[in-house]
Design a protein around this ligand. Sequence first.
Ligand code: HEC
Length: 255
Amino acid sequence: MAHDTHDKTPANLPKATYEVHAPRLPRIPFLAVSVGLITVVGSWIPLVLFARARQIPSSEPRVSFVQDMGTQPRYNAQQSSEVFEDGRAARLPIPGTVARGHLDEDDHYHHGFERVKGPDGKMVNKFFDTFPEQVKVTPALVKRGQDRFNIYCSVCHGLDGQGHGQVNEMAVEDKEAKWVQVASLPSDAVRVRPVGHIYNTINVGIRNMSGYGAQVPVADRWAIVAYVRSLQYGQNAPEDAVPAENRNTSQAAAK
Ligand code: HEC
């Protein structure tokens, strides 16, 4: 075999007159090797610098090869500005601005009241006494209202609406707190309120109670109104609203 020919020259050939070497490529000059190594290793340095720059915070704006509006002058939150008269960089929406989809034109549905001319010719709020046509009062709606009421209102008004929720009870105990007793919803005073009035109370609040319009969407506000109505009715129902065969069972159970 060719590669272990040393001293095994076939008999019919003359012995080699020079020493046979295993075939080998010419050695790469030391200088070329060192320059090559330095170049390869050196080419990693920018990569290391890139990686480092990605990790370490810097107060300098980053280098962007393509600007693409990546860096531009701007104000930080709460920063002041000399451009505007009031010195604030943050601008309020122009009065009357309406967010897309929030025109809320339907007074009955969105506000629960309309502006009408009073007897003396002045404009007054007239609360609607019926549910708007978009709202179908069904058992499912009342159930939804109960669910939302228990989340948003029961903390103060209590699960039965009588005004003894945990927040009220704790605030009443605190003599220092200038707390106003929470209204009882099945009370006569609130029972005579039109549904639009209760809707408006949920939406924007009333006297010492703040509004929940920001947390509770329109449809859920009406669901809560329906549930408040059912609480009011349930706790003031005439006797004949209960089927005759059930009339004494609750009293019997209480004994
Ligand atoms: C942080 C406590 C608190 C929460 C939560 C709360 N209320 Fe009230 N609510 C009050 C207080 C206090 C009053 C009485 C305000 C007054 O008389 O100044 C009141 C009054 C009312 C009244 C009577 C208003 C009238 O016609 O005179 C209604 C109706 C009412 N709340 C409904 C609700 C509904 C529905 C919710 C849930 C969306 C709710 N409240 C959540 C504290 C609360």
